[in-house]
Design a protein around this ligand. Structure first.
Ligand code: SAM
Ligand code: SF4
Length: 444
């Protein structure tokens, strides 16, 4: 039987480690340095592309994404044209490479581009970059902003995977988060995608929402399983109103406490595992045959700005306002976040990089440790420089005493009960924690 872990761990605020160093430690970075990084891409390197589309039809009160509300067709069309121009500029800056292995359209809600916008975007992307035949092309969707014409355009574009935001199926919770959508709307969207040949379906659920109960989390997880989702992400609501003022529509006193959040996360896990899903990392579940479950089983799961991923490309190129990319051997680069300034920079022929961080060899070593801990819940200490192991051991010792991990001279492994607190273990390898800006969301 697992020992109970002190509640203090669930109360701490820590980074989610979708990068290392984390975004609060980025500083000014410009086009000239980024171009040097790009020139280091090798002919055998596959590419990964991330395109950010920051538009939604309405704003969900909990949303932590970089997005805004618009119905202006002109504004969206201008943004789509700027994305095509940015793709052409970026492609011209690249040396020989091995083609696009993975593409992610994120947001916001990328389907706001509409069927014609998606068709021209993919025609332009395919003209700018070669796509590998086995490329995974993924898109984030809001089931409320979808029709059969958009689904047909997605299928024509070669999209292979789609994720829907579901959050919680209970209407009372939906009213308290400013996002009302029926189960039928989700089921209809899943049906359209499958009929069009887009077979890989992800569903995003949330816990820790205002007024949410374990029973509602369980009902939502059951629906995800009934719909046959290939992957289910179960995100803990990150309440960061100091960064996202619209979250003030959700009152802190209506939120479940740390213990209840833990229980809700465990409830979702129990339902999904009982339905045949494999638990992966901090917040993902996948059918055993899904590539993410396969990657988790063979130790090749990765973590990037989208969270857990199977994408191992050494160059992730971001496009669109606020997008972040990374060149594994060089560093992270973030585009201008302001939509108007991003469009203006691209229209002026600039690669609109504004912030980022060159990584040192030590950063890359610590990133490796953090990524393996976040993905595998284990780390081969014998393969690390002894000085780093000697440095982190004193920080790991209390976590071992509190039942979060087991340590041998050669191996660090989280206990089953300790997995929810994986961010605490990752933080032991963070050389910058507490050394600069950055206020984070709850660690569970
Ligand atoms: C870009 S949205 C998904 C696509 C689409 N816009 C939608 O909402 O259906 C990404 C997902 O991030 C999750 N999310 C958004 N804000 C969050 C927050 N503050 N804390 C935790 N998860 C959040 C939600 O599950 C959401 O569906
Ligand atoms: S959750 Fe999705 S639809 Fe809602 S505001 Fe955020 S990005 Fe837009």
């Amino acid at each position: 039987m697992s020992r109970s872990i002190p509640i203090g761990y669930a109360l701490a605020n820590l980074p989610r480690y979708t990068s290392y160093p984390t975004a609060p430690h980025f500083g000014p970075l410009g086009e000239a340095e980024y171009r040097i990084w790009l020139s280091g891409i090798r002919p055998q390197d596959p590419l990964s592309l991330y395109l950010h589309i920051p538009f939604c039809r309405s704003l969900c009160w909990y949303c932590g994404c970089h997005t805004s509300v618009t119905r202006s067709a002109d504004r969206i069309a201008r943004y789509g044209a700027a994305l095509l121009k940015e793709a052409a500029l970026l492609a011209a800056a690249l040396p020989a490479h091995a083609g696009v292995a993975s593409l992610h359209l994120g947001g916001g809600t990328p389907s706001t581009l509409g069927a014609a916008g998606l068709r021209s975007l993919f025609a332009g992307l395919r003209a700018s970059f070669g796509f590998r035949p086995d490329a995974e092309l993924a898109i984030e969707l809001d089931p409320r902003v979808l029709d059969e014409e958009i689904v047909a355009a997605m299928a024509e574009a070669g999209i292979t995977r789609a994720s829907f935001g579901v959050q919680d199926v209970e209407p009372a919770v939906q009213r308290r988060i400013g996002r009302v959508q029926t189960e039928e709307v989700v089921a209809r969207g899943v049906g359209w995608l499958r009929a069009a040949g887009i077979k890989a379906i992800n569903l995003d659920l949330m816990y820790g929402l205002p007024g949410q109960t374990g029973a509602q989390v369980a009902a939502t997880a059951r629906l995800a399983a009934e719909l046959g989702a290939d992957r289910v992400a179960v995100f803990g609501y990150a309440h960061v109103p100091w960064m996202k003022p619209h979250q003030n529509a959700i009152h802190t006193e209506d939120l479940p406490g740390a213990l209840e959040r833990l229980r809700q996360a465990e409830t979702a896990e129990q339902v999904l595992v009982a339905a045949g899903y494999r638990a992966i990392g901090l917040d993902h579940f996948a059918r055993p045959e899904d590539p993410m479950a396969v990657a988790a089983a063979n130790g090749t799961l990765q973590r990037n700005f989208q969270g857990y991923t199977t994408d191992a490309a050494p160059a992730l190129l971001g496009m669109g306002a606020s997008s972040i990319g990374g060149i594994a051997a060089a560093g992270y680069a973030q585009n201008e976040p302001n939509e108007r300034r991003w469009v203006a920079a691209v229209e002026a022929g600039e690669l609109p990089i504004r912030r980022g961080r060159a990584t040192t060899a030590e950063d890359r070593l610590r990133r490796h440790c953090i990524e393996r801990v976040m993905c595998d819940f284990a780390l081969d200490l014998a393969a690390l420089p002894p000085a780093l192991v000697a440095e982190v051991r004193p920080a790991l010792a209390p976590l071992e005493a509190d039942g979060i991990l087991d340590l041998t001279p050669d191996l660090l492994r989280l206990t089953a009960a300790g997995r929810r607190h994986v961010r605490h273990v990752a933080a032991c390898f963070d050389g910058y924690l507490g050394t600069g800006a950055g206020r984070h969301s709850a660690a569970v």
